[in-house]
Write a new protein. Structure first.
Length: 510
């Protein structure tokens, strides 16, 4: 497969100056962009421009994540040069004079390379000059004898006193005071001879285009050893597509199930029992490990939620178009996750590793393990059935108190995330194609504003059939959310007006 070559560039090299070649151009990089691309080993990324201040900037951990996967990442000219200087020891390639200054420690602040500019749709036109360009041009003018050392020093001081958003040509002339004529020489030099950032960007594009994508730098420290953190895994999950080429993110697909699948507490219980049991046994700590506790089969053995609850759940499932998992009728040993139960299928689709055996004995062992797991974690057995966190909700009335506590308090190591991928229990009974279509049906149109936060909370309480704040919190926890705020945040991506209408309309009219 031909490696992809992508360059993130904006005002440093406006569209009309960008050379044709192997690189696909994207706007200045921001947090999450590298995850969005679903890059593969052998792909190449050149970072020239990146946003900050008004948007979250690209994190070092995101770049390290790609280096660990075998992606070649290079930086030059602007924010890319700074990140390359900071990550050179981990395999990021730096090019150009701005990179050289940053690597030598003569340049370290984002503000030194920052400019105010229009977006790409308006030509990515620079409205101010970067301080690194001013300094380099002054050095060239002084070396050529056009300015003396005193003039160059005064002009640099005048430019440095301005915030990068104020360093327009008008602002620079005004700041120069009696050296206004010398400042005009500087601005003419930048206009007619170009600035160092633009030269570096063009040089980097030409240099990389003329060579095949290089292998990882020999002797570089392993990015895989330093990039992983709960935040890195969360960013990866939030920006990873559900499947290659999908416009639906994996995290939003899981949220669709968490929010709207009426039996998701059963799926979440199966997931937490599998991982908690395997972790306690010391056999696996990662979410993709093969389970030994019956995995999705727990949901199959759980039984129904009672006549009234089952009827309400079925109505809600039809309303929002999210299918319930197999096994809700209480058939012991039924594999609720059969649709994603083979390791080969899991690897091909990006779903976490498949669960293990699903027989009755495995289910019973997993359920019985809940109390032991909680005791090992320090929960006092005597008060457990009466604890506020162990209180039953409509969906969990048939669970033991131990199971409710485990499902509501479960966290992946080191203790912040509940999910970092899409496990087979979550997608039980569905294919990724089906899940993608349901998400596309329920997601907000691109230009539509999200519902107010208060409206999100109100609809979720109605959907989950809770009539008090504490039960609402319990429902969020047993669906795998860290709290109701996370549930409401993710609900903002969905068309809640459509969901409310589908929920309340009689089935015959839908």
């Amino acid at each position: 497969m031909t490696p992809r070559r992508i360059a993130f560039v904006g005002p440093t090299l406006p569209a009309h100056q960008r050379p044709r070649g192997p690189f696909a151009y994207r706007p200045p990089i921001r947090h999450g962009d590298l995850f969005d691309l679903a890059l593969r080993p052998g792909d190449q990324v050149l970072i020239i421009d990146g946003v900050y201040q008004h948007f979250a900037p690209i994190r070092h951990k995101e770049i390290l994540a790609q280096l660990a996967r075998g992606v070649h990442v290079a930086g030059t000219a602007s924010l890319g040069a700074l990140r390359a200087a900071e990550l050179a020891d981990f395999g990021m390639q730096g090019l150009g004079q701005v990179y050289g200054q940053a690597r030598a420690g003569r340049l370290s602040a984002d503000a030194d390379v920052a400019v105010l500019h229009t977006d790409d749709s308006a030509g990515a036109r620079r409205l101010t000059e970067a301080m690194v360009c001013v300094r380099h041009a002054l050095t060239e003018l002084r070396d050529a004898g056009t300015l003396d050392a005193g003039q160059a020093a005064r002009l640099e001081q005048a430019a440095a006193r301005l915030h990068f958003t104020e360093r327009s040509h008008t602002g620079l002339r005004h700041a120069a005071g009696p050296d206004r004529q010398a400042m005009n020489l500087l601005l003419d030099h930048l206009r007619h001879h170009g600035d160092i950032k633009t030269r570096d960007a063009r040089h980097a594009l030409d240099t990389l285009a003329a060579r095949p994508v290089p292998p990882p730098a020999p002797g570089a420290a392993s990015a895989a050893e330093v990039w992983t953190s709960s935040y890195g895994r969360e960013w990866d999950f939030e920006h990873r597509p559900l499947k290659p080429g999908s416009t639906v993110g994996a995290r939003l697909a899981l949220a669709c199930l968490q929010l709207f699948a009426p039996d998701f507490p059963e799926r979440h219980r199966a997931y937490t029992l599998r991982l908690a049991t395997t972790t306690a046994a010391g056999t696996a700590g990662a979410a993709g490990a093969a389970g030994t506790a019956g995995g999705a089969g727990v949901a199959g053995a759980a039984g129904s939620t009672g006549a009234a609850g089952a009827a309400a759940a079925a109505g809600a499932a039809k309303a929002v178009g999210v299918a319930g998992a197999a096994g809700t009728a209480g058939t012991a040993g039924t594999a609720g996750g059969a649709a994603a139960a083979t390791p080969a299928a899991a690897g091909a689709t990006g779903v976490a590793g498949a669960p293990g055996a699903t027989g009755t004995a495995g289910v019973a062992g997993a359920v019985g393990a809940a109390g032991a797991l909680l005791s090992a974690a320090g929960f006092a057995p005597a008060t457990r059935p009466y604890a506020r966190l162990a209180r039953a909700t409509e969906a969990t009335a048939h669970w033991t108190a131990d199971e409710r506590l485990l499902a509501r308090t479960f966290r992946l190591p080191p203790g912040r995330l509940v999910y970092q991928d899409l496990p087979p229990e979550a997608v039980a009974g569905s294919t990724l194609d089906e899940l993608e279509q349901r998400c596309l049906h329920l997601l907000l149109p691109p230009a539509a504003p999200p519902a107010p936060t208060s409206r999100r909370h109100a609809l979720l309480q109605e959907l989950w059939q809770t009539d008090c704040d504490h039960d609402y919190r319990l429902c969020a926890l047993e669906r795998g959310f860290r709290d109701t705020a996370e549930a409401a945040r993710l609900a903002g991506a969905f068309d809640l007006a459509l969901i409310a209408r589908l929920l309340r309309e009689p089935a015959a009219t839908r």
